[in-house]
Design a protein around this ligand. Structure first.
Ligand SMILES: [Fe+2]
Length: 74
């Protein structure tokens, strides 16, 4: 999932992609992303995707995400 700001409508969207090379939105500015494919978490979390996502969310530096958002030319 990629959380990105889209200058075409001036809004933030969550984009989901079925593959790493599909689903990109031209012109959008990524603010935050999480890789939920098995290769991202299986070694550490086995099939417990929920635990992986929770661990990621517990460690997001939202100040950095916000700073990124503040730097885009809105
Ligand atoms: Fe990946």
């Amino acid at each position: 999932m990629v959380t990105a700001w889209d200058p075409s409508d001036g809004k933030i969207h969550n984009y989901l992609a079925d593959a790493h090379n599909h689903g990109g939105v031209w012109g959008s500015v990524p603010l935050w992303t999480i890789d939920c494919y098995e290769h991202a978490y299986f070694i550490d979390y086995g099939s417990d995707r929920k635990a992986y996502i929770q661990a990621v969310l517990n460690n997001v530096n939202w100040d950095a995400v916000n700073a990124r958002y503040e730097t885009i030319g809105r």
